[in-house]
Write a protein that binds this ligand. Sequence first.
Ligand SMILES: NC(=O)C1=CN([C@@H]2O[C@H](COP(=O)(O)OP(=O)(O)OC[C@H]3O[C@@H](n4cnc5c(N)ncnc54)[C@H](OP(=O)(O)O)[C@@H]3O)[C@@H](O)[C@H]2O)C=CC1
Ligand SMILES: O=C1Nc2ccccc2C1=O
Length: 437
Amino acid sequence: MPIPKTSSGIPKLAFGCGTYYYKYGNNTVDEKLVAMIKATLAKGVVHIDSAEVYNVDKELGLALAESHLPREDYFITDKYFAGTSSYDARSKEANPYLHLKAFLERVNIPYVDLYLLHSPFIKKETHGFSLSESWKFMEQCKREGLAKRIGVSNFAIEHLEEILKVANEKPEVNQIEYNAYLQNQSPGIVEFSQKNGILLEAYSPLGPITKGDKTSGVGKEFDDYLTSLESKYGKTKTQILLNWVEKKGIIPITTTSKESRLDEFLDVFSFDLTPEEVETITKIGAQYKPPLRQHWVPEYGKYDNFRQTQNPTTTDQEKRRLQSRSTSSDPCTTSALAVDRQDVLIAELAAGAACSSSDTVVSIVSMAISRCSTQDLDKHPRNEMSVSSFKSPITELSSDLESWNRAPPLVYSRAPLAAKRANLAFWREVLIGNGRW
Ligand SMILES: NC(=O)C1=CN([C@@H]2O[C@H](COP(=O)(O)OP(=O)(O)OC[C@H]3O[C@@H](n4cnc5c(N)ncnc54)[C@H](OP(=O)(O)O)[C@@H]3O)[C@@H](O)[C@H]2O)C=CC1
Ligand SMILES: O=C1Nc2ccccc2C1=O
């Protein structure tokens, strides 16, 4: 079934060129991505979500050129890399207008269908223009026909309010992290966006499948429920979760490394979850604690207040100092995790970019390291830690790391196990070397 469009012409499911394909700092052409975009377009999944920081313009340009499609037959999103809340890295171009011009030239298309500010972390001191001034550049892009639509990503209410105050053109879209286990990236953002007529796009919509715990408690209840829907509809859990997102009035941005899954995407809208089923997924998912947050953790992890009680044997680690370094050069690896009002927090550290050389390990090691006091974390400069989980599907957990008796680390990697193991030695040194904690 063809993928339906919103009333404003946005295809209701997108193929993402980030996460699995993200290759910041690596300029080798990813032939696999070129082939995948071509297959995606050929099958009719024509909404492609890209971004400056993914560094995939070459792949996109090649795939479009080799697909020979009329421009109006596909839908391209690009995002201006505004940077993170550490304000230490951002776009190569001086402003969003200049970035889009350069992007269009590189990809060799006359316009994008949707152009987003990737994040709201823009200020005059670092960027030379304020957040509200950045919106003026976006409006210029639309006025000049370089972008059919303009919008934002990872904006919280206060950021939207700032833009709305000065906007001649309202943001059409806010692309946020959203799934059944994370139903508000920041407090009230879903309701606020929808009330203000700003369409939401959901990235990481499959979190419950890819990263959720299915073995106990809410995670198991949720997974069992998906299993029952799987049998009822003869659809996969992937399709059920994507259908649920759409039923919430939100456009899922997903991705895959496998061509076979594209057929699953094409069959997401051929059935209808009932309102009761949508509600049940919403209700069970909302109980998942802490929420499953994979991106922009330093910025929004503060909202994941929870008391972690599952593993009392590690409470003595609460006093330990998190003193770890990342040699990451990836501006999008972000840092530490969620906080509990009782001074318990789980720090999660990742550092994949440190090993992101294309032929060895392209990975993100994401690790729930320990708990430490908020005070300790506060002392820790954010940019020394790096967390994320955005490279590729979860692969196996390492048993030797598990034996550290800490929250089990998640190792995400495209590399073979041997390479990962070699990598783990490095991480052991970073994390526990020198007896630092
Ligand atoms: N604006 C922003 O800040 C951000 C935007 N994004 C955008 O969103 C896109 C999608 O994000 P992502 O988090 O990858 O989205 P998803 O949550 O949809 O995860 C996609 C992954 O799910 C896997 N998957 C699908 N079904 C299953 C299954 N049944 N079992 C196990 N694994 C499964 C796929 O693996 P497989 O390869 O095996 O199919 C794929 O790698 C990005 O590529 C990017 O374009 C992402 C992060 C931040
Ligand atoms: O795809 C993405 N992966 C990311 C990781 C960190 C911040 C933003 C992103 C993306 O947009």
